[in-house]
Design a protein around this ligand. Structure first.
Ligand code: GAL
Ligand code: MN
Length: 310
């Protein structure tokens, strides 16, 4: 009788232990690295490639979710040379080992081949409200030419990946599957030279989007972001909740959704970053020598005319 009770107890402890292990595992193996707010990390500089031994051996790891890359063996791709960096004018990897996508860092043919066989579907959201409908034609026509041409793109449907795009934008060059990742954001074209304390984050601590002066990696522009459905859902849900909390106390973050997006990405590091090639601004001209190819850019518009709230 005693033996039976002991057995039951043992089974109970084991079951409890298993559940606990799973919980710990689930908590620790989150899909992208979250970093303790107390960690004083050095700011990564987009225009200063890291040289010599890495200063970032903190060993952040996370569950690698990328699909296995298989390409047709007949594809004639250029050989990658370990001792010949493809770009030495810009940073191509973050301190948490996420790639930063620039022209020259990937082979478009290899990327297209690798992703074509995966039969992925990508959803996009584009909102054109009020006077912004005038941007829709150019946006859609340019998307047809340049956006994920190797992959089927669905507007608003069940999909593997989702991209949220601003409508007052135009595709100018390839934006392909090289932009896919679990959580993807693009570096703003106006601030990448700046020290982090001058990024236009929300700086008032009454807002849930508050970022202290000594935090943050890059300033991202909200005109394009995306990733796996689950990850983007978690991001938008959090931002929406924060927007509502702010609203309930009569606060609006300095750059609205963009401020909340930036707050989120300070805490939840993106797994892939798009260089400013992917979110250029036509008003910034074409003379930045690090920008070899403008792919997607904000069109010049008369803000006073199209915006309902100036
Ligand atoms: C502007 C852009 C805004 C916002 C702002 C941040 O160039 O038009 O949408 O991103 O930068 O300072
Ligand atoms: Mn816009």
């Amino acid at each position: 009788m005693l033996q039976k009770r002991e057995h039951c107890l043992l089974a109970l402890i084991m079951a409890g232990g298993t559940v606990l292990c799973w919980l710990v595992f689930l908590c620790c193996s989150s899909d992208h690295p979250s970093v303790s707010v107390k960690l004083q990390s050095k700011q990564a500089k987009l225009m200063e490639p890291v040289e010599g031994p890495s200063e970032y051996d903190e060993g952040l790891t996370w569950r690698q979710v990328h699909h296995q890359v298989v390409v047709n063996h007949r594809l004639q791709s250029k050989q990658a040379k370990l001792m010949e960096p493809v770009r030495n004018d810009v940073l191509t990897i973050t301190p948490w080992l996420a790639p930063i996508v620039w022209e020259g860092t990937f082979d478009p043919q290899v990327i297209d081949e690798a992703f074509r066989s995966l039969n992925l579907t990508i959803a996009t959201t584009v909102f054109a409200v009020g006077k912004y409908t005038r941007f829709l034609r150019d946006f859609l026509e340019s998307a047809e030419k340049h956006f994920m041409t190797a992959i089927e793109v669905h507007i608003h449907r069940e999909a593997h990946y989702i991209f949220c795009l601003d409508v007052d934008m135009k595709f100018q060059g390839r934006v392909g599957p090289e932009a896919l990742g679990r959580l993807v954001a693009a570096i703003h074209p106006w601030f990448y030279w700046y020290p982090r304390n001058q990024y236009p984050y929300e700086r008032r601590n009454v807002s849930t989007a508050y970022v202290p002066l000594d935090q943050g990696d890059f300033y991202y522009q909200a005109n394009i972001f995306g990733g796996a459905l689950e990850d983007v859902h978690r991001l938008t849900k959090t931002c929406r909740e924060h927007l509502e909390v702010d609203k309930s106390v009569g606060v609006e973050a300095v750059w609205q959704e963009e401020s909340h997006l930036n707050w989120y990405l300070v805490k939840n590091k993106p797994t892939k970053l798009l260089s400013p090639e992917y979110v250029w601004d036509d008003a910034r001209g074409r003379d930045a020598k690090e920008i070899k190819l403008v792919r997607f850019s904000s069109v010049i518009k008369n803000k006073a005319e199209v915006r309902e709230n100036p």
